[in-house]
Design a protein around this ligand. Structure first.
Ligand code: ATP
Ligand code: MG
Ligand code: FE
Length: 356
């Protein structure tokens, strides 16, 4: 099976070709990503209209490049997989219309892929992981703990009731006058800071349900910054270090409970249970160390796919399409519509009123 993947849900335009041969060996034939970071950084965040226009400009050449690098033409792929939600509607439309046009013109089946499913299944491509496993997605738009039972079988165990974790990093950076995207800036500044100087809140810690909340943390940072203004470089470093400490403590509690719940639900797995992390915040070394320590404590394997595949890319979309096709899931109709909101699991619909 050979699949062309297309991703345009946020600020990355991406195309890729992924293949699995008869012996079950998988291979990434090409992986092209164009980040729009420069276009958005002046505005301190992703501007939807700019993103959609940039996708329009780049996507066709990017798809050509992905096919060329893979050494195949559209005739040689078995299906087109394209992200059709969740995300910014303009970008989704660009990708989905392009995917439909190619599928129609080349007479290939189309798989409309949930972006989150792409993140969720990546570890099966990179690490050959078998079901079930736990996945923590921490990006600029999502903070979710998901039980991955099988293809098309996902249970959302926890989600943020306000800001995403990456968003909390970005907003904290902005409050401190650091440039966008703030995650790497906060991490860098924190290296020289004192994590014990400020005692920031750790929302929902100790609660039984596995949700997250980060907006109170951001408010505490704003308050602190106002209290000690004007901030010296050392102050900024101390705030960043204390912020990261609060995040670590929060993750330790929330994810620790998740691991225990997983072990209780699946006491007799053939292999050691696994926790997969995905999303841009997975680049953060303190976050990684926290998750690694938790996995050591509860005897889980900790799996962090290479960063390029943790952040937004089209390999994961092609792969999700491939997995669906391989398990005999029917392709989507060409009148499938993009969905700006699209929870992975069916029982998440009820929760959506208070979280994303
Ligand atoms: P989506 O949420 O739709 O999957 P996104 O573009 O918001 O997409 P990613 O590209 O996966 O998400 O990740 C970007 C986020 O990761 C930003 O919020 C950024 O600040 C954060 N981030 C990147 N590097 C680090 C780091 N070293 N520490 C903390 N956060 C980081
Ligand atoms: Mg991104
Ligand atoms: Fe993503």
């Amino acid at each position: 099976l050979r699949i062309l993947g297309i991703e345009t849900s946020c600020d990355e335009t991406a195309a890729a070709v992924v293949e699995r041969d008869a012996d079950g060996r998988s291979k990434v034939l090409s992986d092209v990503v164009l980040s729009q970071l420069d276009e958005h950084s002046a505005y301190g965040g992703v501007v939807p209209e700019i993103a959609a226009r940039a996708h329009v400009e780049a996507l066709d050449t990017l798809i050509d490049e992905a096919l060329q690098r893979a050494g195949v033409s559209v005739r040689d792929v078995d299906a087109i997989a394209v992200t059709s939600g969740p995300g910014l509607i303009g970008g989704l439309l660009v990708g989905l219309m392009t995917g439909k046009a190619i599928a129609k013109a080349a007479g290939k089946p189309l798989y409309a892929v949930n972006h989150l499913e792409g993140h969720a299944l990546t570890a099966r491509l990179t690490d050959g992981l078998s079901f079930p496993y736990l996945m923590l997605l921490v990006s600029g738009g999502h903070t979710q703990l998901i039980l991955v039972r099988g293809i098309g079988q996902y249970e959302r165990w926890g989600t943020t009731i306000d800001d995403a974790l990456g968003e909390a990093f970005d907003k904290t950076a902005k409050l401190l006058g650091l440039p966008y995207p703030g995650g790497p800036q906060v991490e860098e500044a924190a290296k020289k800071g004192n994590p014990d100087r400020f005692d920031f809140p750790r929302p929902l810690v100790g609660e039984k349900r596995l949700d997250f909340s980060f907006s109170g943390l951001k408010t505490a940072v704003r308050q602190t910054a106002a209290d000690i203004a004007p901030l010296t470089e050392q102050d900024v470093a101390d705030v960043c270090a204390s912020f990261q400490r609060a995040i670590s403590r929060t993750l330790k509690d929330r994810i620790g409970r998740g691991l225990q719940r997983f072990s209780a639900e699946f006491p007799h797995l053939d292999e050691e249970p696994a926790l997969v992390v995905a999303g841009g915040v997975a680049a953060n070394l303190e976050v990684r160390a926290t998750l690694q320590a938790l996995c050591d404590k509860y005897a889980f394997r900790f799996i962090a796919p290479p960063l390029r595949l943790c952040t937004d890319n089209a390999v994961m979309i092609a792969w999700a399409g491939l997995e669906r096709m391989a398990t005999g899931v029917a392709p989507d109709d060409l009148d499938v519509q993009p969905r700006s909101r699209w929870p992975l699991d069916s029982n998440a619909e009820a929760l959506i009123s208070y979280g994303k």
